[in-house]
Write a protein that binds this ligand. Sequence first.
Ligand code: SAH
Length: 358
Amino acid sequence: MTPLAEILAKQIKTTGPITLAEYMSVCLLHPKYGYYTTQDPLGLDGDFTTAPEISQMFGELIGLCLAQCWMDQGSPDQFALVELGPGRGTLIADVMRATQHVPGFHIAADLHLVEASSRMRDLQAKALPEHRPTWHDSAETLPHDRPVFVIANEFFDALPIRQFQRDPKGWREVMVGVSEDGGLQRGLSDPAPIDALKARLEDTEPGALVETCAHGTAVVDALARRIAEQGGMALIVDYGGWHSDGDTFQAVRGHRPVDPFAEPGRADLTAHVDFEALARSALLAGCAVSQFTKQGVFLERLGITARAQSLAKGLGNEALEAHITAHRRLTHPDEMGSLFKVLGLYPGTESPPPGLDP
Ligand code: SAH
């Protein structure tokens, strides 16, 4: 048993089963034994990899997209450049490098990073030696007095979800309990009506499973209010669909799927992002929302192929091979190109960010 499994089993025996959301939060962010608190999960030697770790092209194109939106909104002379969940800081470092020659952009920008793990904050500080970011525990404390230009790549999939299984008498919530042998196990609560899931009664049958992510919609609400009132925009890039449909809770360790309840704190836990729920939250907060767009399409529209060709010129055999593979991984429909989607949030008075349709 991992130390975290012992802590959770003891808690559950004392106060009863916990929701999947509580389980996920503790596993990922427990101050001593949480997954993001104890290790650097990214890259080839880690448990999973992300688009900016695969190629510098991803962060460069995101940077140019952010800078173009900033210019389209009249180049405001003070704005917050924000990343949610910056991991190793690779993406934001690529954004800064790609935008260094955009006149006035760096002078107007102050950098804000929303990051829960102090270990990840140290890595981010190292990746940004020339910049002085302000770190935040949550999006709630982002500035209220200037436009916010935001990027979030693979952030929302790490936020805690709850799962509900439809039952003839209402919804049963997936809970984490303790089995007879003392290990952690999945269980179901008694059925109850859930007001927030009323609309899902129309498109689900008994037995169907839906996921909700209150943390995700709250983060979008905080961003969208600022974008609507102060200007700016947000790019949300992640794997997921338009609608939560079925069980997408997963654990990954060493680039392989593992049992999410077997070694709490040692595996990455994620769920697919329900983009419809995020879009609804943004619209309610008064923000416009772009078309839901595949990552491959978005990157092609931003010019990834031209950038790939220009970078390829300086590369020898092996590096060229790796570069071609990276381009394919980011864009091809069989790789990240279709599974990953992009949603843009922007003020209703503006056009959507480059690469996205209204
Ligand atoms: N965006 C990066 C890393 C994605 S990994 C990339 O593309 O490479 C997820 C990141 O979100 C990590 O930095 C993790 O520590 C952070 N994170 C996870 N849950 C969080 C939460 N609830 N609040 C703030 N940061 C969180």
